[in-house]
Design a protein around this ligand. Structure first.
Ligand SMILES: Cc1cc2nc3c(=O)[nH]c(=O)nc-3n(C[C@H](O)[C@H](O)[C@H](O)COP(=O)(O)O)c2cc1C
Length: 355
């Protein structure tokens, strides 16, 4: 049985909330998160065993994924009438304890929170070609507002000169990554397989690849089976999400903002994929920072447009995502294998965030 503690949820509600959190996107679908229900609430931990050492040596993208899971968790709790109180990175001695979420009273969801929550299971990364239809202005405003609501910025790259430069930077970064045998080996370990795994990106979720002379490169998730596409959209909306600074707290903030942007895109019927080459190569990322925001470090680059439906990606069973409560192993009551490991530590500190 899960101890639902002071969150005041039924076991089914808690399972639903963790399930919503686990629907978040993550680099190569590593799903690098663990959850621990405690008498006080629920802890979200980064799962270091699922960090990608070549693509993400600092764990920046791992913390962005955890931030995305945190936003989903907050929305799911609001959906169950719980006002979440979130403390980010409460214990310097335990840097993988990303957040603690406690009950901050009761509150029904707003219509917007309800819309975002309903988008959680519908959101997908869409690597297929988009149509040439432009993203309408109201949707552009909504995407920027979504980032601002979470303390981040979303720069829409519309200047033609900047777009040409950014496209060239993405190509440079992409070619460098694909010439690195370790990067390619890591990509192959996590992508392009069949449907049998509960993690990674199956080949079915990959798209056709743009022709070599196309403006925007896309990473191959098909395991080498992708056809070259002639129907890739000419002018996708390119959006760069940035936050005040680098560092773990800002990266978790960026992850929450990214997820709010992605869910908002879903509510507007938009398709989104990523151009992470631009933020994974440090020198390219620095050039992009100077090109786009001037000061704020870019965290996520998105390709946004109008697309067709794509299949979803798998998720690990909930039972594999739960750490036992602080006082020792327990039956989680959820399907999946045994909890992964136990950690001890003092109760985390004060509140710093409301949904
Ligand atoms: C920080 C981050 C970086 C990502 N970078 C890329 C990328 O460069 N290219 C891409 O196609 N997908 C990228 N993804 C998307 C993941 O592959 C995707 O979220 C995962 O496979 C799960 O699929 P879903 O988003 O459809 O649920 C990224 C996701 C995150 C969170």
């Amino acid at each position: 049985m899960i101890d639902t503690g002071s969150l005041g949820l039924t076991e089914a509600q808690l399972a639903d909330a963790v399930g919503a959190a686990a629907r978040a996107p993550s680099l190569h679908n590593t799903q690098p998160w663990l959850f621990r229900p405690t008498p006080d609430g629920i802890e979200l931990h980064a799962d270091r065993d699922r960090q990608l050492p070549v693509a993400d040596p600092s764990g920046r993208e791992l913390r962005i994924a955890c931030g995305a899971a945190l936003l989903n968790l907050r929305l799911a709790l609001v959906g169950h009438g719980v006002r979440p109180l979130v403390t980010l990175l409460p214990d310097p001695a335990r840097p993988d304890l990303v957040a603690v979420v406690r009950r901050g009273g009761s509150r029904p969801p707003t219509p917007e929170q309800r819309r975002l929550l309903e988008a959680v299971p519908r959101r997908r990364t869409n690597r297929r070609p988009f149509t040439d239809a432009l993203v309408p202005t109201p949707a552009r405003h909504a995407l920027r507002r979504a980032a601002l609501d979470e303390g981040a910025w979303l720069d829409l790259v519309t200047d033609p000169v900047q777009r040409v430069e950014l496209g060239a930077m993405a190509r440079r970064a992409h070619e460098r990554q694909m010439a690195d045998p370790e990067f390619v080996a890591e990509l192959e370990r996590w992508t392009g397989h069949g449907e049998e795994r509960p993690d990674g990106v199956p080949a079915a979720a990959g798209g056709p690849l743009p022709r070599p002379n196309a403006t925007w490169v896309l990473r191959d998730y098909s395991g080498g089976t992708a056809r070259a596409a002639d129907d890739v959209e000419a002018e996708p909306l390119i959006a760069v999400l940035s936050v005040h600074a680098d560092g773990p707290r800002e990266e978790v903030r960026a992850g929450q903002a990214m997820q709010r942007v992605l869910l908002t895109a879903t509510t507007h019927g938009l398709a989104v994929s990523f151009l992470s080459q631009l933020v994974e190569c440090p020198d390219v990322r620095e050039s992009m920072r100077r090109l786009i925001s001037g000061t704020r470090p870019p965290q996520v680059v998105l390709r946004i447009g109008q697309g067709w439906p794509v299949p979803g990606t798998p998720r690990r069973p909930l039972g594999d995502l739960l750490l036992p409560p602080p006082d020792g192993p327990t039956d989680t009551g959820l399907p999946g294998s045994a909890p992964l490991h136990v950690e001890d530590g003092p109760d985390p500190g004060s509140t710093n965030h409301h949904t």
